[in-house]
Design a protein around this ligand. Structure first.
Ligand SMILES: *Cc1c(COP(=O)(O)O)cnc(C)c1O
Length: 419
């Protein structure tokens, strides 16, 4: 939970000046209290549904461990995410392996681990069947369906449009299940979609649910009894501080539609969800230090985190609230643009924000940075990635050490002949 102590931002009772003294800046700081609140809100909104956390949103192991201990399953998108989920203690049967381009190596790893697959193409289906036969295993699958619905969100994160690279066009889905039904060692158990991210109304989800039920009714006629319908993740969060759809209201709206159609078509069908952003997004602040303030065409505040650390503003035009974290008790007086240290003009974290007078050495907090934050960071411009910290009950724990220059050098080699 975020608070204030004499003008200084606190996270779960820890002053952030104490944290940065230890970790340097930039640093991501996660509130254990806020994360627990989100997990519990999901569990109370969806008491009889299965919740799989979308690991890609934030796969710090400590955070995965907290989520696993609260009883969530995991949605993974690569071998690395699969490995992290297993390491954090998620049971293989509670893991769904997603992805539109799984390598043979990844498929084999998933089969050996004993996870379920969301299958994105017939090519993938045949590969899974072949490998499962060789491994002597049965693999439970769902198909990722492209339901062709268009949520109002940024085009880069709308994933269920007709022309999207994800999923099997819904018109071809029944045929895919027919093929899967006859193939050895794959068992169709579910139907899956994921329509996009940062969606702030329930209606596109309802459209997708209806589409999946239309298809499921046809699938049932082939003789397949589906056990679950997974409608993916995508519930948005309140980046702008203007209010958003609560987990509870989201649940009420979609459950009424789901339950009605389920009772008509397949009363045993379970509903699964794969939230990512709405679990971790608002749990974390990025703290970055002011290197200089410049009065130019605009008032620029140059900080030590840019799109190498948080890419969302540059990539999605995303809005993040900011504050001067060591001056929370001062009045907002001047308009500033917060710029990162990267040598590209698009490296702007926040534009035209009214803040207290900013000076070199101040700390800027960028809120709601817990989803698609650290995980999308890079070493661009030769900058080591930053640390991650968990704050809980007045204490803080470094959950990822900051990188150093050795990590920049990394696995590079200069061939002998160049010396
Ligand atoms: C990214 C993703 C999610 C999570 O999306 P959020 O918007 O973070 O909730 C869930 N399922 C799949 C298949 C995804 O690709």
């Amino acid at each position: 939970m975020f608070g204030e102590d004499d003008g200084m931002l606190t996270v779960d009772g820890v002053r952030i000046d104490e944290i940065v003294q230890k970790t340097g800046t930039p640093v991501y700081v996660t509130s254990y209290g806020k994360l627990m609140e989100n997990l519990r809100a999901y569990k109370s909104a969806f008491p009889n549904q299965r919740l799989l956390y979308a690991v890609k949103a934030n796969y710090n192991l400590a955070i995965l461990k907290i989520i696993q201990k609260e009883g969530f399953g995991a949605d993974v998108f690569s071998m690395g995410e699969l490995y992290l989920a297993l390491l954090a203690g998620f049971k293989p049967e509670s893991i769904l392996f997603n992805g539109n381009s799984k390598s043979d190596e990844e498929i084999l790893a998933g089969i050996r681990a004993g996870v379920k697959f969301s299958v994105d193409s017939l090519d993938e289906l045949y590969t899974i069947s072949d490998m499962a036969i060789k491994e002597g295993k049965e693999v439970e699958i769902a198909f990722r369906v492209n339901p062709d619905v268009s949520p109002e969100t940024h085009p880069k994160i709308a994933t269920g449009l007709k022309k999207s690279k994800f999923g099997i066009p819904w018109e071809q889905t029944v045929e895919a299940y027919r093929i899967a039904y006859e193939l050895p060692n794959v068992i169709p158990k579910g139907i899956h979609c994921h329509i996009g991210s940062q969606i702030l109304s329930a209606s596109p989800f309802i459209e997708a649910i209806n589409r999946l039920f239309d298809v499921s009714a046809e699938i049932q006629k082939i003789g397949i009894e589906l056990e679950f319908m997974d409608i993916g993740g995508g519930l948005g969060i309140d980046y702008e501080g203007t209010g958003s759809l609560s987990k509870e209201d989201f649940s009420k709206e979609i459950l009424s539609v789901f339950e009605k159609r389920r009772d008509e078509i397949n009363p045993e069908l379970e509903l699964w969800l794969e939230p990512g952003r709405s679990i971790v997004g608002d749990t974390t602040v990025l703290i970055t230090r002011v290197n200089s303030v410049k009065r130019a065409y605009k008032n620029f505040v140059a900080v030590d985190a840019g799109f190498n650390t948080l890419i969302r503003p540059a990539m999605y035009n995303a809005y993040h609230r900011v504050s001067v974290a060591n001056k929370l008790n001062r009045k907002n007086e001047e308009v500033y643009t917060i710029a990162g240290p990267i040598c590209e003009s698009g490296d702007i974290l926040a534009e035209d924000r009214k803040l207290p007078v900013v000076e070199k050495g101040d700390l800027i907090a960028v809120y709601d940075a817990g989803a698609y934050g650290f995980v999308m960071s890079s070493q661009y411009n030769g900058r080591p990635r930053c640390a991650e910290v968990l704050a809980k009950d007045g204490e803080f724990y470094i959950i990822r050490e900051r990188e150093d220059i050795a990590d920049i050098v990394g696995k590079q080699k200069i061939p002998e002949l160049l010396f």
